[in-house]
Ligand binder design. Structure first.
Ligand code: GTP
Ligand code: MG
Length: 195
C-alpha cells in the first residue's frame, strides 16, 4: 500500500466528535506503551504522525488518522498501566465500550501485544472483548527486533497459546523499529479498508 496522504482529523473523547464521512476504520488496541502509535507510523512511513513516547499513557483520546482519504486508523489509549486511577480506568472503559459497541464503520481491530513477554490478563480480556463484539481481529506481536532470532518462534507460539487465538485469526510478528511484518500487516488489512 502506498500512502500519499495521512492526517490527524480529530482527537475525540465521545461519540459526537467522531468523523462523519463514513470511511472504513481500523482501530488499534493494546497495552499502554506496547507500540500502537509506532505501528501506525511504520505502516504509513511517518516518523511521528501518531505521537509516541517512552512513557506509558501517551495516547489519551481516540485519535482518528485519515489515510489516503480512504480509511482511518483509530489510535486508542492503552490499558494496563498501573499508575492509572480507578476513575480513569472506568472512563477508559466507557469510552472504549461506546466506540466498539456503536461504531458501524469499525471494520477490524489490530490488537498489539509485546512479543517479548507472554500476553497479560488484560491482553486476554481485550481479545475476548473484541470477539464478543464480533469484530475481525489482526494480532500484532511487536518488538520482534528485541528477541534473538533463535527464540522468536517460541515467543510466537507462546503468544498464540496464551491468548488462545482462533485458528482463523491472523498473527503477525512485527517490528516498528526495523519494519518486519509491515507488508503482511497491509495485506491482512486490505480486505477491511475497501469502501
Ligand atoms: P500509549 O499511547 O501510551 O498507549 O503507547 P503506545 O502503545 O502507542 O506505544 P508507542 O508507540 O508510543 O511506543 C512506546 C515505546 O515503545 C516507544 O519508546 C517506542 O519507540 C517503542 N517501540 C514501539 N514499537 C517498537 C518496536 O517494534 N521495537 C522497539 N525496539 N521499540 C518499539
Ligand atoms: Mg500511543
Amino acid at each position: 500500500m502506498k500512502v500519499n496522504h495521512a492526517e490527524i482529523v480529530i482527537s475525540a473523547v465521545s461519540k459526537k466528535q467522531y468523523p462523519d464521512d463514513l470511511l472504513p476504520e481500523i482501530a488499534l488496541a493494546g497495552r499502554s506503551n506496547v507500540g500502537k502509535s509506532s505501528f501506525i507510523n511504520r505502516l504509513i512511513n511517518r516518523k511521528n504522525l501518531a505521537r509516541t513516547s517512552s512513557k506509558p499513557g501517551k495516547t489519551q483520546t481516540l485519535n482518528f488518522y485519515r489515510i489516503n482519504e480512504s480509511f482511518y486508523f483509530v489510535d486508542v489509549p492503552g490499558y494496563g498501566y498501573a499508575k492509572v486511577s480507578k476513575k480513569e480506568r472506568e472512563k477508559w472503559g466507557r469510552m472504549m465500550e461506546e466506540y466498539f459497541q456503536t461504531r458501524d464503520t469499525l471494520r477490524a481491530v489490530v490488537l498489539v501485544t509485546d512479543l517479548r513477554h507472554d500476553p497479560t490478563q488484560d491482553d486476554i480480556q481485550m481479545y475476548d472483548f473484541i470477539k464478543y463484539f464480533d469484530l475481525p481481529v489482526i494480532i500484532i506481536g511487536t518488538k520482534l527486533d528485541k528477541i534473538t532470532k533463535n527464540k522468536r518462534q517460541k515467543h510466537i507460539n507462546r503468544a498464540k497459546q496464551v491468548l488462545n487465538i482462533d485458528e482463523a485469526d491472523i498473527f503477525i510478528p512485527f517490528s516498528a523499529e526495523i519494519g518486519d511484518g509491515k507488508d503482511e500487516a497491509w495485506s491482512a488489512l486490505s480486505q477491511y479498508i475497501k469502501r
